[in-house]
Every structure is written in C-alpha cells, then in structure tokens.
Design a binder for this molecule. Structure first.
Ligand SMILES: [Zn+2]
Length: 170
C-alpha cells in the first residue's frame, strides 16, 4: 500500500524520491509497530490489533506527524500533502486489516478505540492474512496469493490515479 501510494503521488521530475518512498512505507506500516512492545512482555502479538489499530491512535499518529514535519522542515511547504498522505496510509492500513481474514482470537481489531474496547472484523473478509515464519512460509504460496489479491484490488486504482494525473497535466 505504501509503495502503491508513492507510485500514485510521485512526480518523476522531483528529487529525493527515495525519502518520499520511505515516508509512505513507514506510514503504511506504522500501526504494526505494535509488535515491538510485545517483545518486552515476551509475546510479540500481545499489543497487536489493539489500541494502535483504533481511530483514537490514528488521531495521535496524525498529530505526531504534524509536529514532526513542523520541526523537521524549516518552511511549512509540503506540510499539508505530507500530512494527508501519512494519515491516508495509516487509516487505510486499519481499514485493510478490518477486511483481512483473521483466524486468531480475538478476531479483528479495536477499530473504535478509545470509544469501544470491542474487536471488530468484516463479516466478509476481502484479504488473506499474512503468515509469519521462516523463509518458506513468508514466501510460500499462501502469502503470494495474499499479495496477488492486494495487487488485484489496488493496482487498478493506482493506474487510474496516474492516468488521471497524466490527463490533467496535458
Ligand atoms: Zn495491522
């Protein structure tokens, strides 16, 4: 998703594109940094799909991005677009997780945290969960199928955005 958004918004004439790519990839996967505190309690999945995948944490993330861009950049330009991209990617991550098949209890994520501590998942999942494990599992048939489904859903959208941009710039 991060790479896809980068491809949709990137302008070939601009320099420092790798920084934008990195920015997109980090924002798209930021919610899953919830694996990290799990390492300290000895259970990598302990915090997964909880507060970090709720709308409240999304707002906190967006505020942190605003502050970070404000202090990292001397001038304010790019603030709004970077903020839009970062919040779009973080939120789309949560939405994709909501539509992803989950075979582990509790199913889904705390989508409405802090308003509700209930776990929500789509009754009709669209995406397959990504299996974690050794090389054979990571790059096995299941994960490749999961990737193909995501590509099939998002690639047409990315191509459409690029096409519209090209038409718009003519
Ligand atoms: Zn996630």
């Amino acid at each position: 998703m991060g790479v896809g958004t980068y491809l949709a918004i990137s302008d070939r004439m601009q320099t420092k594109n790798w920084r934008k790519l990195l920015f997109c990839v980090v924002a798209a996967n930021a919610a899953d940094a919830d694996f990290l505190p799990g390492l300290f309690v000895g259970d990598i999945g302990y915090f997964h799909h909880k507060e970090s995948h709720g709308v409240g944490f999304f707002v906190i993330f967006a505020l942190v991005v605003v502050l970070w861009i404000r202090f990292a950049q001397k001038k304010g330009d790019g603030l709004i677009s970077a903020f839009t991209v970062a919040s779009f990617l973080y939120f789309s991550h949560i939405v994709i997780d909501f539509f992803t098949f989950d075979k582990k209890v509790p199913y889904g994520l705390k989508f409405f945290w802090p308003f509700s501590n209930r776990f929500f998942v789509s009754p009709a999942p669209l995406f397959l969960e990504v299996l974690r494990g050794d090389f054979n599992i990571l790059f096995g048939r299941h994960n490749l199928t999961a990737m193909a489904i995501e590509l099939a859903v998002f690639l047409p959208a990315i191509l459409a955005i690029r096409l519209l941009q090209r038409i718009g710039s003519q």
